[in-house]
Design a protein around this ligand. Structure first.
Ligand code: FAD
Length: 266
């Protein structure tokens, strides 16, 4: 199986701050990590490779420093890596990101399966997987928690608000993976040693055969107007009384919160 895993390098959430003037994330000087659920996608790919054979390619779009995330993925066991990096890609919305990723994936050659994380820790739109699938013209599954190769192609279980949905499609296909799918491995010394001899390709705008009005800010349909931090605060209330009375009050508070989070609908 030829499996491609999209990994995004994101600022470590423990260090994220917003620029109070521009409202944008301050990225300079903030340690970067692989988007955590993308490690679940990589783990899923490595497990599929173990059962079915084949190759795992990790891809990313980002500044040159994204190479570190790809090197980490190679040390975790991926076979090769490819980075799309060019000044023209800066300021991309999810559409421009997906256009670039789809071109990068096609550049790596024919594939059976593309895996993405369900959503990123910073942008968090969960749009890139489905949009990339649409551009690649392949079927896709979102929020996948279980997956295996089947006679027809790929069989999955997806998390939905109504419950778990089982589905199947032919290959090639794309799936976005949730955290519940597996427990990502750590780096093993034997794999880490092999990583430095693995291929890592870098492509710029020209190398991907794209034009500058398809990517970055120019290729973006969405314009960011303002980013506001969520008001952070804590409320505490001491509940006193007899145990049954306390339990009743707590139940009432939980019910109220539950109804609020569903917008008042049962
Ligand atoms: C107008 C506008 C301007 C923006 N400018 C910038 C900017 O200058 N710099 C910036 O960093 N962000 C910028 N962003 C944010 C940017 O759109 C998103 O970070 C990016 O498009 C991915 O969307 P997301 O984070 O919501 O991904 P999601 O859809 O939540 O991610 C789902 C999965 O897609 C894959 N994925 C997502 N992005 C990548 C990637 N780059 N490489 C590989 N895999 C990926 C991963 O597997 C990830 O788990 C901008 C957004 C807008 C709307």
């Amino acid at each position: 199986m030829e499996i491609v895993v999209c990994i995004k390098q994101v600022p470590d959430p423990g260090h994220i701050q917003l620029d109070p003037k521009t409202g944008t994330i301050i990225r300079g000087g903030v340690p970067a990590i692989i988007n955590t659920v993308d490690k679940n996608a990589l783990e899923a790919a490595l497990q599929l490779r173990k059962i079915n054979g084949g190759r795992v390619t990790v891809v990313s779009m980002g500044p040159p420093s994204t190479v570190e995330a790809l090197q980490e993925a190679l040390a975790l066991g991926a076979d090769r890596a490819a980075l799309a990096s060019d000044r023209a890609f800066a300021g991309a919305d999810t559409l421009a990101t997906s256009v670039t990723l789809a071109a990068l994936i096609n550049k790596t050659g024919p594939f059976d399966l593309v895996l993405c994380g369900y959503s990123s820790l910073d942008g968090g739109t969960a749009q890139v997987g489905p949009q990339t699938a649409a551009i690649l013209e392949v079927p896709f599954f979102t929020a996948v928690q279980k997956m295996e190769k089947s006679a027809a192609g790929i069989q999955v279980e997806m998390e939905t608000e109504e419950g778990v949905v089982a589905a199947e499609s032919s290959l090639p296909a794309l799936a976005t993976i949730t955290k519940g799918m597996n427990r990502p491995r750590g780096i093993r010394l034997s794999e880490a040693k092999k990583a430095k001899n693995k291929e890592l390709f870098t492509y710029d705008l020209q190398g991907l055969g794209l034009s500058d009005d398809q990517v970055g800010e120019k290729g973006s349909g969405v314009c960011m107007v303002e980013v506001l931090p969520l008001p952070a605060g804590r409320d505490a209330e001491i509940i006193s009384g007899e145990p049954e009375e306390i339990a009743g009050k707590i139940q009432g508070e939980i019910m109220k919160l539950g109804l609020q989070s569903r917008g008042g609908n049962k």
